[in-house]
Design a protein around this ligand. Structure first.
Ligand code: ATP
Length: 309
């Protein structure tokens, strides 16, 4: 792949965290992954990443969230993304990545995926690769199920592992209050618990079908109708996350009794997300949840995917 334009010296990219406003989990596939259908929304809680030329590949991570579980070696998803771009274009040098994290780690908001998407965009710009959306999306899906969405942003439907994306129309803005929780939840652990719960209750479960996002969710998003969306938010991982973290139940109950239109566990948790009627209602809810000793943030969506600043 030829290098086609003048490389930059230092590139800054911003990438959003995500909420799954609807998440249906189907059967385990032959590759060990579950078939899912997800309605993603990118929200205004961002990861910032700077990339600068270096002889080797390295990453440093700071930020406003607990960083204990973030690796700074080759396991870091952003570093793996950078290496993938280098391999794709035959770039012989390295890169130093500096990440400032605001998305809770292992929180179910796709922070690592956002870092990976940011690194793809940053290295593409830094090395003047001009890979284009299709190629970047292809690299993204090799890095993880949520990376393509962090690249695309906005509101989208994901099927397969969640990485087969199509953009969804969404009008206006949705105001959310998110509550972060101490300690993360491992996504494989949560899927494992879901499988165990389903096994225990095998007789209660309807015949498996290919997961799909309900039409009512798409209508509510298209209409920009938070009340209608609140009736339809759903997360099949929620029961499993609550079984691993029973303390989240009290958070959901408090948020819903304090004015949220709906409360939901975000992805595999343990972050919880509350949909509100608008910015003022969100602010009020944020105050109530903060007064209870929790860490609550007001975010809105949809916002752009990973982009150079
Ligand atoms: P998802 O909802 O996509 O499953 P998550 O939001 O629950 O993800 P992440 O914050 O993306 O979780 O991180 C999951 C794990 O990935 C972490 O525990 C960490 O060990 C590993 N990891 C690798 N690279 C990163 C990174 N850049 N930032 C955060 N975690 C990373």
């Amino acid at each position: 792949m030829p290098v086609t334009s003048q490389p930059e010296q230092r590139v800054r990219v911003r990438a959003p965290g995500k909420l799954n406003v609807f998440f249906e989990v189907g059967d385990v596939q032959d590759d060990g992954y579950h078939d899912v259908a997800s309605a993603y929304q990118a929200v205004s809680l961002y990861e910032d990443l700077w990339a600068e030329p270096a002889r080797d590949f390295s990453v440093s991570v700071t930020g406003s969230v607990d960083l204990d579980a973030v690796p700074e070696d080759d396991r870091n998803l952003a570093l793996r993304a950078a290496r993938l771009v280098a391999a794709q274009i035959g770039h012989t040098g390295g890169v130093h990545l500096e990440i400032v994290k605001h998305v809770p780690v292992a929180g179910g908001m796709g922070g690592g995926s956002a870092d990976a998407a940011a690194a793809l965009v940053a290295c593409d710009a830094l090395w003047g690769a001009e890979l284009g959306t299709v190629q970047l999306q292809r690299l993204a899906s090799r890095l993880g199920a949520d990376v393509p969405f962090a690249l695309m942003g906005g509101t989208a439907i994901g099927t397969g592992r969640g990485d087969q994306l199509s953009p969804a129309l969404a009008k206006g803005r949705f105001d959310w209050v998110i509550v972060t929780a101490n300690g993360g939840l491992s996504t494989p652990d949560v899927y494992g618990r879901l499988d165990a719960l389903r096994q225990d209750h095998a007789f209660d479960i309807a015949p498996a079908r290919t997961p799909e996002v309900e039409a009512g969710v798409l209508h509510a998003l298209r209409a920009g109708d938070a009340t209608a969306l609140a009736h339809r938010v759903r997360n099949d991982l929620q029961a499993a996350a609550l079984s691993l973290r029973p303390d989240l139940r009290a958070t959901l109950e408090l948020g819903e009794s304090a004015g949220a239109l709906a409360g939901i566990v975000s992805g595999s948790g343990p972050t919880t997300a509350f949909l509100t009627a608008g910015p003022e209602e969100a602010l009020e809810l944020q105050v109530t949840l903060t007064a209870s000793g929790r860490t609550a943030l007001h975010v809105h969506g949809p916002v752009r995917g990973a982009h150079v600043i």
